[in-house]
Design a protein around this ligand. Structure first.
Ligand code: TA6
Length: 275
């Protein structure tokens, strides 16, 4: 554990990969398999502040997605997580973090819970969020593993495998049917409602494909803010939209309902393949 701009960060250095995880937010901020370029994007203007979510990495949006309530995308990405377990072997490192309800979380959301967030870091990356209802009544939640991926050039990147049906957040969430491949030429904010595995990011200029396989989700969100929105955000450089795309494992359409004692796992797995 080291201090990075006032936040506690776990640094992982293993023959298979390097990574860094901030306890603020339970937020993976860097992942790079050995002999490969960075896979996860972090904004050069990211703010490392206990009151804010980090721009880039893998924000944990929980127990709601988007602006359903305040704070936007829930409180998990603003909370301090605790180290639960750490193991390693020749294939990689496993780190799990824990977040439980507190007076602060119950003011925002009146339920008892336990979240275990597990990172398996090696040639591939797997992130799993297991949510358990530790209360005496049913409750439901939604959310996302809101992964920001690095691409060489968004205009030379395409995505496949996300299905055709989506809700377009740039047009008031109207239901649309798209093509099998998504190319980028403007602001894109879509909730794909029947995604398959894997979703593939074809990063042509890096001559690689990044495969994203999600479980425990009902949707895949794909987001690029493009120029105007990037410029309006204090934690993004004006042109940094050119080197990122979010492909998210989301619980969006059908909130997960948990009875007391029940658990559910949302996960995303990331694998890089060279052309
Ligand atoms: O996942 C896409 C999205 O919900 C967009 O609508 C956009 O607002 C983005 O997430 C980032 O949200 P944030 O609260 O981190 O600024």
């Amino acid at each position: 554990v080291c201090e990075y701009q006032g936040l506690k960060v776990l640094r992982v250095s293993h023959p298979q990969a390097e990574a860094a995880i901030s306890l603020h937010g339970g937020h993976l901020i860097c992942y790079q398999p050995t002999d490969e370029q960075a896979v996860i994007w972090l904004s050069e203007k990211a703010e490392f502040d206990h009151q804010k979510a980090i721009r880039g990495g893998i924000p944990v949006c929980w127990p709601w997605f988007g602006k359903a309530a305040a704070p936007s995308h829930g409180f998990a990405r603003l909370s301090e997580w605790h180290l639960q377990e750490h193991r390693e072997n020749e294939t990689g490192v496993m780190i799990s973090l824990r977040l439980e309800d507190s007076d602060a979380t119950r003011t925002l959301w009146p339920h008892k819970f336990q979240n275990l967030l597990t990172f398996e870091i090696g040639r591939e990356l797997r992130v799993s969020l297991t949510t358990t209802n530790t209360d005496s009544h049913h409750w439901s939640y939604s959310g996302a593993l809101h992964t920001y991926f690095t691409v060489a050039d968004i205009r030379d990147t395409l995505i496949s495998g996300m299905g055709k049906h989506f809700l377009d957040s740039t047009q008031g969430n109207i239901a649309c049917e798209g093509e099998k491949e998504l190319h980028f030429s403007g602001e894109t904010d879509r909730v794909y409602t029947s995604p398959k595995n894997p979703i593939t990011i074809h990063d042509r200029r890096h001559q690689r494909q990044v495969q994203v396989s999600n479980e425990g989700h009902d949707s895949a969100v794909i987001w690029n803010p493009w120029q105007a929105l990037s410029t309006s955000m204090t934690d993004m450089a004006d042109t940094s939209f050119e080197t990122m795309v979010c492909v998210e494992a989301a619980i969006h359409e059908f909130p997960v309902e948990l009875a007391p004692g029940q658990s559910h796992t949302l996960s995303t797995q990331v694998r890089v393949q060279r052309n």
